[in-house]
Design a protein around this ligand. Structure first.
Ligand code: HAM
Length: 425
């Protein structure tokens, strides 16, 4: 038997009610905050990711699904959404239309990582990107949207960590200070960090190896030597978060694994997830659009890993499903009238199922029971000739003959009387 590829996962019918709740919340919240949805391709030219995420990052170095297209060009399954949204923003000149400056997306991403609980090779992200706003209150808005998304979904024990990476100039100064500080400790750093010292020294800050952490306890902090503008911006973000009562911790070691970040970076975590504790993360990337050929344009966004949210969604948030009506139709006239009634009821928004192959009433009722139908419609040639049908209450087993023309009104009012949901979500 051919199985699913390692790190890839089927999301089965029983999992989908929680996914629908999560996606509906994402759509609703993003639109309340003024974001428009965009759908971008799963495949992009590899260069887009190398130039935006950065050639020295884990994602680009080790995790991308890259292959040669039939024309020889190198293409990659998107490992994240920001680069593609920026490409689309520039390609379609979305900056000319005000409502297209705040965009959101939901969809699969691909990273060749070691699979474990909450970490997959195909996973789904809900992300937002806000372009062309420098004011620190947009950082607050983006973080509030992320925080409220998790809060609406009642995800427990949330922690928001925030940091600033300053501007390119701030970082350049800081990297030199950090390297100077690390020189006497080099031989005690882990092998990875010794390599990072040459390639990407900032990443040493979020190394999890205890000896490296110990050394870093006394390292200089980037925020101690920020330019006045960067400092003011970061203060503005913290002040806005305080106004909105969003609790945060300033984590000086939060640097994130993508090269495009500048200034504000943030992460929301929960210990409820175990090792893969990051639910969502993001930050500013004020230099990316220019580096991809656009005008200098500030930008900020986040992405949430939806599998991780699905693992933690409380079942109480999944609404009860609308009831099912079962059609038990017999005989030639009964079956023809049956498919017509089914079609009309479905078009009115009711969930209707039948069994085209059942030939006895017993067979039909057994199927109706298995599907937990609320009501079964019994319809044979006799009833058709009288213009009637029988409604059977599947719990009380009570039966009542009514006119075919009344069926949808009567079913609707029964469902409403029982306070059952009529909306399919
Ligand atoms: P990221 O931190 O690489 O950021 O990913 C965001 C979130 O995606 C993570 O916090 C995690 O929840 C989820 N995630 C990442 N890798 C996996 C995986 N292998 N399996 C399951 N979930 C995963 C970005 O992707 C940036 N594009 C975020 C952003 C948007 N920054 C600015 N705008």
């Amino acid at each position: 038997m051919i199985r699913c590829i390692k790190g890839f996962k089927d999301i089965l019918p029983e999992d989908l009610p929680s996914w629908r709740v999560i996606k509906k919340t994402a759509h609703k919240l993003a639109q309340c905050y003024g974001y428009s949805e965009v759908m971008i391709p799963l495949l992009e030219y590899t260069d887009l990711f190398t130039r935006s995420i950065g050639g020295g990052t884990d994602i680009v170095e080790k995790e991308m699904y890259t292959f040669q297209d039939k024309d020889g060009s190198l293409i990659t399954l998107r490992p994240e959404g920001t680069a593609g949204v920026v490409r689309s923003f520039l390609e379609h000149r979305l900056f000319n239309i005000p409502k297209n400056k705040k965009l959101y997306y939901i969809g699969p991403m691909f990273r060749h990582e070691r699979p474990q609980a909450g970490r997959l090779r195909q996973f789904h992200q809900f992300g937002v990107e806000a372009f062309d706003i420098t004011d620190s209150l947009i950082d607050v808005e983006v973080i509030a949207l992320l925080w409220n998304f998790f809060s609406f979904l009642e995800i427990p024990q949330l922690t928001l960590e925030i940091n600033t990476l300053g501007t390119q100039g701030d970082r350049k100064r800081y990297i030199q200070q950090l390297k100077d500080f690390l020189v006497p400790h080099l031989q005690h750093l882990c092998e990875n960090c010794r390599r990072r010292y040459q390639t990407n020294p900032l990443r040493i800050l979020d190394c999890k190896v205890p000896t490296c952490r110990l050394i870093l306890q006394h390292s200089p902090h980037l925020c101690d030597d920020l330019s006045p503008l960067s400092r003011e911006h970061f203060q503005g973000v913290l002040e806005g978060l305080t106004t909105l009562n969003i609790p945060f911790t300033h984590n000086h070691y939060l640097v994130r694994g993508l090269d495009y970040y500048t200034r504000t970076t943030f992460e929301v975590t929960t210990p409820a997830l175990g090792a893969q504790s990051t639910l969502g993360a993001g930050g500013r990337y004020d230099g990316l659009i220019e580096s991809l050929g656009g005008q200098p344009t500030p930008a900020i966004g986040f992405a949430v890993g939806l599998e991780r949210v699905a693992l933690l969604l409380p079942p109480s948030l999944i609404p009860p499903s609308a009831p099912l009506i079962f059609m038990a139709a017999f005989g030639n006239q009964g079956r023809q009238a049956g498919i017509k009634i089914i079609d009309e009821l479905r078009k009115k928004g009711l969930i209707v199922e039948t069994d085209y192959q059942a030939s006895t009433l017993r067979g039909h009722l057994k199927k109706a029971d298995r599907l937990s139908a609320l009501i079964t419609i019994i319809l044979g040639d006799n009833e058709v000739q009288k213009g009637s049908l029988i409604l059977r209450d599947m719990q009380t087993k009570e039966q009542k003959e009514i006119l075919i023309s009344q069926v949808s009104d009567i079913l609707m009012s029964r469902i409403q009387k029982l306070s059952l949901p009529t909306e399919i979500y």
